[in-house]
Design a protein around this ligand. Structure first.
Ligand SMILES: [Fe+2]
Length: 245
């Protein structure tokens, strides 16, 4: 089975080309010889919380015949996200939009990693309780966690190395206790990373809107790079991840 990941659309009325890039990515998925069995979206659907942009995203996502599971990113606003993407996102619980999905044997647990008032993320005590309760329901079932902010250290804009999510130690502790967690899928970085987190590989997906270059966060984005989707092949109890254009 194939799980496709789309991330960081950053749709904006000031950047209509980003909607075209989303259209192109969805056309690509629909044109694949073997279509994905499910799709996860790892946040930053709209750039500035514009309801009309969530409606545009919904119009495109509606073309996908397979199940779609979405969590928000730091740019997303709770209400327009939920109102427009309700078929594909979780119910707001204390303002957070965590979400459970599945693709065959594989369970997908989506975490809302936003920290209100900040661009950086968090794995809160509330998220920890939510995740542990879901994991306890099916302790043996292979599970992938998907969230916007990566729970690993990355090179930051100022050139230092650091975390983009608070409370990462708590997430590491949960992952260590659950050998059925097979991979952690993230967005936010607009570029590919693959980093071990508590013994599990965590990957970040490229953005549909624009790609970042590690040394020049956002200042030198390359709009010429085609939008890429990530395809995760579920095989022999693990995911094999690769890009597709
Ligand atoms: Fe982000």
């Amino acid at each position: 089975m194939i799980l496709a990941q789309l991330s960081d659309f950053h749709l904006s009325s000031g950047h209509p080309e980003r909607t075209k890039r989303l259209v192109r990515a969805i056309d690509h998925l629909l044109g694949l010889e073997t279509r994905p069995d499910a799709v996860v979206i790892t946040g930053d659907v709209a750039d500035k919380g514009e309801s009309s942009m969530y409606a545009e995203a919904a119009g495109e996502l509606a073309r996908l015949p397979m199940p779609v599971f979405a969590v928000p990113g730091n740019r997303d606003w709770t209400e327009p996200f939920r109102e427009n993407l309700t078929p594909w996102c979780g119910e707001a619980e204390n303002g957070f939009l965590n979400h459970v999905g599945e693709m065959g044997d594989l369970r997908l647990l989506g975490l809302d990693s936003r920290r209100p008032g900040s661009q950086q993320g968090q794995f809160s005590a509330q998220s920890k309780s939510w995740l542990e309760a879901r994991l306890a329901l099916q302790p043996e079932r292979p599970t992938a966690i998907f969230l916007h902010h990566p729970p690993f250290r990355t090179k930051l804009r100022n050139g230092s190395i650091g975390h983009q999510i608070e409370g990462v130690e708590m997430l590491e502790e949960v992952v260590r206790r659950h050998s059925n967690i097979v991979q952690i899928l993230c967005g936010h970085l607009h570029r590919i990373y693959a980093v071990p987190v508590a013994g599990v590989i965590a990957t970040s997906a490229p953005s549909l809107a624009y790609q970042g270059i590690v040394e020049h966060w956002h200042e030198k984005d390359d709009f010429d790079i085609r939008p890429a989707v990530t395809l995760h092949y579920w095989q022999d109890g693990g995911l094999i991840s690769r890009l597709a254009w």
